[in-house]
Design a protein around this ligand. Structure first.
Ligand SMILES: [Zn+2]
Length: 70
C-alpha cells in the first residue's frame, strides 16, 4: 500500500514539474496574419496572438502577463 501511495505522489510531482517547464508559450509563425513590417505569431499553448517587428518569436507568454493597460 505504501508503494502505491509513493507512486501516486511521484506521478503528481512529475505532472507539476512538467507543467512548470511547459508553461511558456510555444510560438508558431502565422504568415497569413502578417501585416506590413510585423510578423504575426500564434501560441499553440495558450492560443495568444502577438506581433513582433524583428521577425523573431516573442519571449513572453501572454497567458501569464496581462496586456498593459492604456
Ligand atoms: Zn501562450
Amino acid at each position: 500500500m505504501h508503494i502505491l501511495i509513493g507512486l501516486i505522489v511521484a506521478f503528481l510531482l512529475v505532472l507539476l514539474l512538467t507543467n512548470r517547464k511547459t508553461r511558456n508559450c510555444r510560438w508558431r509563425a502565422n504568415r497569413r496574419a502578417d501585416t506590413d513590417g510585423r510578423a504575426a505569431w500564434h501560441c499553440v499553448t495558450c492560443g495568444a496572438q502577438s506581433f513582433t517587428t524583428d521577425g523573431k518569436a516573442p519571449q513572453t507568454c501572454h497567458a501569464e502577463t496581462p496586456p498593459p493597460t492604456l
